[in-house]
Design a protein around this ligand. Structure first.
Ligand SMILES: [Zn+2]
Length: 297
């Protein structure tokens, strides 16, 4: 079955391209060339450390018709939960705001208990800061059971600029508090980042509840591909929650991984082979992402 036509105008909103602090498989220029050949419209540049809106602007200037998406991720390198950084990113054209990832208290808690054999690059970086006597703080959205005031301020800015709120690697309690407050702040576009990631692990019932509040569940190719979840479990989650509430992305760019567009094609192939319809796949890679990054409100 020809899958290329499914990718016409599609997006991959979670890609780790270079230039970056961490080594990457490909840079923005190569990525843009690759997805353009496939007929895709754009991708979201996810740096764990810096704002990527300027990169996106240059790419969109160099490749008319493409819509590469800039973003900010609220780790320590941008001051953590820093409303000024979010507003400046918005003024620069950034469209996605990820809550903390590697610096999230939730991720660090999980990391300490899971003890991987080989330290990932980002963990080595944190270790180096600590060895220099400048340990990077871990970031929680909560103070007790309440969201911190700066989180409310960030939600106000996300709403004002009609940005996409993405949950990053914060934990279950934080996600629920965040999505509820986002609704009250008028945030229209919410993505729950890889809900079955080991440090997050939202049940199907929890995913459904968040979807009912308007959030999209973002399933990433790398989660099952790197055995953080099984493929069967991913199919089951998508079926139960419904493709209308899901988006698919690659989360690729790691130097030893596949190219992001290869990952997306394999993802789609697996879904087709497991009974998903072409319209359902279009919903998750084109219609829903377009609603997030092309449409107002
Ligand atoms: Zn990622």
């Amino acid at each position: 079955m020809e899958i290329n036509e499914l990718f016409q105008g599609a997006y991959d909103l979670h890609v780790h391209t270079g230039p970056d602090v961490l080594p990457r498989k490909l840079d923005d220029l190569e990525m843009t060339e690759r997805i353009r050949r496939l007929g895709m419209k754009g991708y979201g540049i996810k740096s764990h450390y810096f704002v990527t809106s300027a990169r996106a602007k240059l790419l969109n200037q160099a490749y008319p018709g493409m819509n590469v998406i800039g973003a900010i991720c609220l780790n320590n390198s941008v001051g953590g939960l820093n409303p000024i950084a979010v507003e400046m990113a918005a003024l620069d054209g950034a469209k996605i705001v990820w809550m903390p990832t590697f610096d999230a208290e939730n991720e660090q808690r999980h990391f300490r208990t899971s003890k991987p054999e080989k330290l990932p690059h980002w963990a080595k970086l944190r270790q180096e800061f600590a060895q220099q006597g400048n340990p990077l703080p871990t970031i929680s959205l909560l103070e007790g059971t309440e969201l911190k005031p700066e989180v409310h301020e960030i939600l106000r800015i996300i709403s004002k600029y009609d940005l996409v709120l993405a949950t990053g690697h914060v934990g279950k309690d934080e996600i629920f508090a965040l999505v509820e407050a986002a609704g009250k702040s008028g945030v229209q576009k919410i993505v729950v980042t890889h809900p079955s990631f080991p440090s997050i692990r939202l049940s199907i019932a929890e995913q459904k509840e968040l979807a009912q509040r308007g959030a999209y569940m973002e399933h990433c190719f790398t989660t099952p591909h790197s055995h953080k979840d099984t493929w069967e479990s991913i199919y089951e989650q998508i079926r139960a929650v419904g493709p209308q509430h899901c988006i698919l992305s690659s989360d690729l760019g790691q130097p030893t991984g596949l190219y992001p567009d290869e990952g997306m094609q394999l993802f789609v192939r697996n879904l087709l082979d497991n009974g998903f319809r072409r319209e359902e796949i279009r919903t998750m890679i084109a219609d829903n992402p377009r609603r997030l990054v092309e449409k107002e409100g």
